[in-house]
Design a protein around this ligand. Structure first.
Ligand SMILES: C[S@@+](CC[C@H](N)C(=O)[O-])C[C@H]1O[C@@H](n2cnc3c(N)ncnc32)[C@H](O)[C@@H]1O
Length: 377
């Protein structure tokens, strides 16, 4: 029996008064998430406004590792709804520019930033990570969580827009040491070698697979159990069962070494630096092998003054042979020539959402990119 009908449009989003910002935002966007408006991945629907393993905690840890301060001008590549950007701006008062291939995500992220009262610090634009619409050396930090294509064009673009002395903060999927697994993913050592080869000092490189099982997949599974009644009411018993299976499958895949996650924090060299000549440190090695140096303040303030994007947003998806390891449990998604993230491509280069049908009890979708109708049974 239909007990209520919720109609939510992004333009009508309002923050209820009071409450801590991120949970409040989470509650506000929950109907749109559960309606599949932003995609059908169970990770996304259960995880909420931060679409990576570890949520707010991962964002806080990475910010500490890269020593983010209020003086930083951060580019968040593949920003989704801007949850991490809002968290960083709110907690550290740094400036954050988020970029994402999906115009629908960017529109929603911009609305969320405005409602949060953080739009003086945070802004969003649509664009492709393989061809960033920004001037050279524009940012002091290039940041990306759980999104890196294993495509060197991405790393070259990150390097191009990062000011000398700026820092890279990345979490990403990795291939681990399972000799039976033929995977196109880079290993953590591959990423370290590539970043080092671009002239960076590796400050930190860690395999965070075990951590992501604990604070990622298990946390998502707990969240699903705690809110099982709501998820069942909206998405159905089968969806909930599949979501539990999906999280368990990802834990198995990680435990069996089929894939994992890594993170890297690295500092870009400046002209005359010798950072690239030394061998890169081993994963997990203390960064003390390379002394920390002061940032090039002149270059950083030059970067700050380059305030606007230099190119228009040409949405040309990356054509990479890389396939996401997020498909390990259910088989690979056929490569469409577009970014195939997550298992089912749910975005279109035009930014329009595809109808939401996968694995759920039928939900109504208005077909209009900024309007969803959610029926609660
Ligand atoms: C797993 S989500 C990560 C979201 C975000 N980093 C977070 O942690 O909340 C991956 C994001 O990458 C975006 N994306 C995929 N391909 C992209 C590309 N070529 N350029 C920019 N963004 C892209 C997707 O639209 C999606 O929002």
């Amino acid at each position: 029996m239909i007990s209520s009908v919720l109609r939510a449009t992004i333009d009508d989003w309002r923050l209820p008064d009071g409450g801590p910002l991120l949970p409040t935002l989470e509650a506000m966007i929950r109907p749109a998430l559960m309606s599949g408006h932003f995609g059908s991945s169970a990770t996304l629907i259960v995880g909420g406004i931060q679409y990576h393993l570890g949520g707010e905690r991962d964002t806080r840890e990475l910010a500490n590792l890269v020593s983010l301060t209020a003086g930083d001008d951060v580019l968040d590549v593949c920003c989704f709804l801007g949850g991490p950007a809002v968290q960083l701006a709110q907690s550290l008062e740094c400036r954050v520019t988020g970029i994402d291939i999906s115009q629908a995500f960017v529109a929603a992220a911009s609305q969320i930033a405005r409602l949060s009262g953080l739009d003086h610090l945070v802004r969003f634009c649509a664009g492709d990570a393989a061809s960033l619409p920004f001037q050279n050396e524009r940012f002091t930090v290039v940041w990306s969580q759980c999104s890196l294509e294993h495509d060197q064009a991405w790393l070259r673009e990150f390097d191009r827009v990062l000011a000398p002395g700026g820092r890279l903060a990345l979490t990403f999927a990795i291939r681990r040491d399972n000799p039976n697994e033929s995977s196109p993913l880079w290993t953590l050592q591959d990423v370290m070698g590539l970043v080092h080869g671009l002239g960076y000092r590796i400050d930190r490189a860690q395999d965070i697979t075990e951590r992501d099982i604990e604070i990622g997949w298990k946390a998502l599974d707990r969240e699903l159990s705690q809110r099982e009644r709501d998820f069942t009411a909206v998405l159905g018993r089968d969806w909930v069962r599949h979501a539990h299976q999906e999280f368990a499958g990802e834990i198995r895949a990680m435990r069996e070494g089929r894939w994992g996650n890594g993170r890297i924090v690295a500092t870009k060299g400046r002209a005359g630096d010798a950072v690239a000549s030394a061998a890169p440190p081993q994963p997990g090695a203390a960064p003390s092998a390379i002394a920390s140096r002061p940032l090039d303040q002149a270059a950083l303030s030059r970067a700050h003054s380059n305030a606007s994007p230099s190119r228009e947003h040409g949405l040309k998806p990356a054509h990479s042979p890389f396939r996401s390891s997020w498909g390990t449990d259910t088989g690979q998604v056929p490569h469409t020539g577009h970014r195939r993230w997550p298992r089912q491509p749910f975005w279109h280069p035009s930014g329009d959402m595809r109808p939401f049908t996968t694995g759920c009890t039928p939900l109504l979708h208005s077909g209009h990119s900024d309007q969803v109708v959610l029926v609660l049974l």
